[in-house]
Design a protein around this ligand. Structure first.
Ligand SMILES: [Zn+2]
Length: 188
């Protein structure tokens, strides 16, 4: 891989790691939600699509939900219906609770459901699907590139010091004293 690409990936990854750690701690007090609430069919107030990305206790959630009938699920997301804009909403920390999980383990979860409001009109329904990703997983994921970067930096420094007869510990010039470093006392 090109070196500059690796450097950029490591920096971006480090920023994401810091953001994850910040939201991980913050999530115990506040739930931050980025929500978009749009009308699926213009002029129909009952026809709503809600996309939500939120950070809450120990996890990040992505939720896509909608309703084509009255009494849809969007009210619980703290957004008013249908303006089509993205809103950042912050409320007290809370858990998302769902009845129907396809999978739930170690902080990961996903699932979906669709409910028809009536058999007579199956197009009138509400639906939801969601994915939870635990912060511990994001923290490990975003650590990979910075750790690899540090390792390659250390390896390059070690090769340079070996090639130039410098102390491997502190980088002091050892040409005059090859056995023991006069600066830090490291034995070669
Ligand atoms: Zn030394």
């Amino acid at each position: 891989m090109k070196r500059w690409l690796f450097n950029i990936a490591a920096i971006l990854s480090l920023l994401l790691l810091l953001a994850t750690c910040f939201l991980w701690v913050r999530g115990h007090w506040r739930m931050d939600m980025l929500s978009n609430n749009s009308a699926a069919q213009p002029g129909d107030p009952d026809s709503i699509r809600v996309t939500t990305l939120s950070s809450t206790i120990n996890q990040v959630n992505f939720i896509r939900s909608g309703s084509d009938g009255p009494g849809g699920p969007w009210g619980s997301y703290g957004v008013t219906a249908g303006d089509g804009c993205w809103h950042l909403v912050t409320i007290g920390a809370s858990w998302h609770v769902f009845d129907e999980y396809s999978f739930s383990h170690l902080g990961f979860a996903w699932g979906s459901y669709g409910h028809a409001f009536s058999k007579a009109n199956p197009l009138k329904q509400d639906f939801q699907w969601f994915v939870w990703i635990p912060n511990w997983f994001l923290a490990i994921l975003f650590s990979v590139a910075p750790v690899l970067w540090l390792r390659s930096h250390w390896n390059a420094q070690r090769r340079y010091r070996l090639a130039h007869n410098l102390c491997l510990t502190c980088g002091y010039d050892l040409r005059a004293s090859p056995e023991i470093c006069p600066e830090c006392g490291a034995v070669r």
